[in-house]
Design a protein around this ligand. Structure first.
Ligand SMILES: NC(=O)C1=CN([C@@H]2O[C@H](COP(=O)(O)OP(=O)(O)OC[C@H]3O[C@@H](n4cnc5c(N)ncnc54)[C@H](OP(=O)(O)O)[C@@H]3O)[C@@H](O)[C@H]2O)C=CC1
Ligand SMILES: O=C(O)[C@@H]1CCC=N1
Length: 290
């Protein structure tokens, strides 16, 4: 491992509580940017020891297999990153409550789980960062929405922002907007993949070789995203430049409009945000029940 570059995360101990896709995306980003010391990062999950060994091998992080190792890592970490599924989160938070110190920073990536429910499950004083990242963090191109509880110190804010800026871009938003971030960018990669699946399938249907259809689709999506980013022009203006009056693109867009493309996207994103809220309400109900 090369030397850790000067970073607010350089001397901090991190504990990934839940070691799935999103935890790995963040880990990989930190490892590749050399922003955190893998020897000070512990990973743990519920039962999948092979998964922990794989993360250890790949990133040099420290696995916690035994209950005593897990408790020790939770009790001593500066920052605990909650990366389990929403349905597992209430039980997981209850399990760590007795182990926590009041100054430990909790960072959640869990869809729907509000800061107030986390305070309910832990203590109202615990510093909490609620985030909504996406899986593109794996390649350093993530988009993350972040909000902070009142108890988060300026230094802890800096740590959290450094973590998510290491794996892409991070936008601070008011907590009620985290569900909107979930709708746009948390789940967003799936919409783009869905569109790409459809473009590749249509290309093959028209006779393109599957590999050519794939390559053309990838380059088109990459190029279009970069055009929006680099030119600073509004997507509608860039679309206008592709669309010759009475030409081929116009014919295609008319078909998308017949199938209510904009309305579908709008409704899908609203439904996503609403679903996050429903999942959050279910966790809250579970938190209050027990
Ligand atoms: N995937 C995505 O695109 C995004 C996901 N999220 C959020 O991230 C969270 C994780 O998602 P994802 O990474 O896809 O999920 P995964 O299923 O890949 O990983 C979940 C992890 O949580 C662990 N786990 C479950 N219960 C416990 C527990 N009680 N104690 C310790 N570890 C536990 C699992 O361990 P084991 O395998 O041993 O059961 C597993 O390592 C979700 O809440 C989701 O809402 C947010 C943004 C994007
Ligand atoms: O589908 C989900 O619930 C998670 C949250 C954002 C992306 N995946």
């Amino acid at each position: 491992m090369n030397e850790i570059i000067s970073s607010p995360l350089g001397n901090v101990s991190l504990c990934f509580y839940g070691a799935g896709s999103i935890a790995e995306a963040i880990l990989r980003g930190l490892a590749e940017a050399r922003l955190a010391d893998p020897g000070r990062i512990t990973v743990m999950n519920r039962q999948n020891a092979d998964r922990l060994r794989q993360l250890q091998q790949q990133y040099g992080v420290v696995p916690a297999f035994e209950e005593s190792q897990k408790q020790d890592a939770i009790g001593t970490a500066d920052v605990i990153i909650l990366g389990m599924k929403p349905k597992d989160s209430a039980a997981a938070l209850k399990a760590i409550k007795p182990l926590l110190r009041p100054d430990q920073l909790i960072i959640s990536v869990i869809a729907g789980l509000s800061i107030s429910t986390m305070h309910e499950l832990l203590t109202p004083q615990q510093p909490i960062v609620r985030t909504m990242p996406n899986t593109s963090s794996t390649i350093g191109l993530g988009a993350t929405g972040i909000s902070f509880s009142e108890a988060v110190s300026p230094h802890q804010r800096e740590l959290a922002l450094a973590m998510f800026n290491a794996v892409g871009t991070a936008a601070v938003v008011d907590e009620p907007l985290i569900e909107a971030v979930n709708g746009v960018s948390g789940s967003g990669p799936a919409y783009v993949y869905y569109m790409m699946e459809a473009m590749i399938a249509a290309g093959v249907h028209l006779g393109l070789d599957p590999e050519a259809a794939r390559e053309l689709t990838i380059q088109t999506v990459k190029g279009a995203a970069e055009m929006v980013s680099l030119t600073g022009e509004h997507p509608s203006e860039l679309r206008r430049k592709v669309t010759s009056p009475g030409g081929t693109t116009q014919a295609a867009i008319e078909v998308l409009d017949q199938y209510a493309f904009q309305e579908s996207m709008n409704k899908a994103i609203l439904r996503c945000a609403e679903r996050a809220k429903e999942m959050g309400d279910a966790i809250r109900a579970e938190a209050i029940r027990s």
